[in-house]
Design a protein around this ligand. Structure first.
Ligand code: ADP
Ligand code: ADP
Length: 229
């Protein structure tokens, strides 16, 4: 399980407008670090740099001790599983969606991922199980069910690194609590970065970074942050 390190990272999308200003933090192997902060603080940008949608203009991002600009894109992306806020599903079967469009995926792997994402109650209710079309013929998944499909899709790769980018922010409180419980189990043994809007949803993270204008305003456990006020 690799460590993730941001070492003095500076980044902007446009010249003259810096989004991350010399940001440094470390996510120890197998632990969960949450990133919270106001909208526009740069939280999602951190995920995009980790996934190498963009490269930093200063500093380095290290995965397992290695600068990610020196790792092939394929091997980097094979290590990182992303669960975004609004997952877009293919207009195809659940199995196809979980396999992320991989035809002829190993059904044992797909089914195990569905179990891990707690999707089996849904699948057992569907007339044709995995064969059921998503989005067609009037079958509508709820927001929570869609997120569970997205989680299963991420788990198919068994990634050692998880990037949860507001994974539960769009859900109602009860569904959010259920899915947070599922995610908690899945974080075990993985190095996790959980981007969140509200501190309460990431209270049990090993470390919480409070980001403001691309800088670390505070960091610590939930109780330490509350003690600071
Ligand atoms: P957060 O996730 O904390 O809400 P983001 O990382 O998405 O913040 O965005 C940080 C800042 O970068 C925002 O001001 C946003 O407008 C800007 N930004 C995000 N994506 C782009 C882009 N592709 N081009 C230009 N500016 C962007
Ligand atoms: P935004 O639309 O929030 O500005 P970007 O356009 O920069 O974000 O990034 C594309 C989006 O696609 C990201 O939010 C990411 O979650 C999603 N995405 C890209 N590749 C993958 C992938 N392999 N697995 C899951 N989600 C992905």
């Amino acid at each position: 399980t690799p460590t993730v390190v941001f070492d003095n990272v500076t980044f902007g999308y446009e010249p003259g407008r810096t989004i991350l200003n010399g940001l440094s933090f470390e996510v120890p192997a197998g632990s969960t670090t949450a990133i919270v902060g106001p909208s526009g603080a740069g939280k999602s940008t951190i995920g995009r740099l980790l996934f190498r949608f963009y490269d930093p203009q200063g500093g380095r991002v290290l995965v397992g001790g290695e600068d990610i600009v020196r790792v092939t894109q394929d091997s980097l992306r094979a290590q990182i599983g992303i669960v975004p806020q609004d997952s877009v599903l293919f207009n195809e079967s659940l199995a196809y969606n979980i396999a992320y469009g991989a035809e002829g995926a190993d059904m044992d792997v797909v089914e195990q991922a569905a179990r891990d994402a707690a999707l089996m109650p849904l699948i057992s209710r569907l007339p044709d199980g995995f064969d059921t079309l998503v989005g067609e013929r009037g079958l509508k998944l709820s927001g929570g069910e869609k997120q569970r499909v997205a989680i299963a899709r991420t788990l198919v790769k068994n990634p050692p690194i998880l990037l949860l980018d507001e994974a539960t922010s769009a859900l109602d409180t009860r569904t959010e609590q259920e899915i947070l419980g599922t995610l908690k189990r899945l974080e075990e043994g993985r190095t996790t970065i959980a981007i969140a809007h509200r501190l309460s949803t990431v209270a049990d993270s090993d470390n919480i970074l409070v980001l403001d204008h691309g800088r670390l305003a505070e960091s610590g456990t939930h109780s330490a942050l509350l003690a600071k006020g």
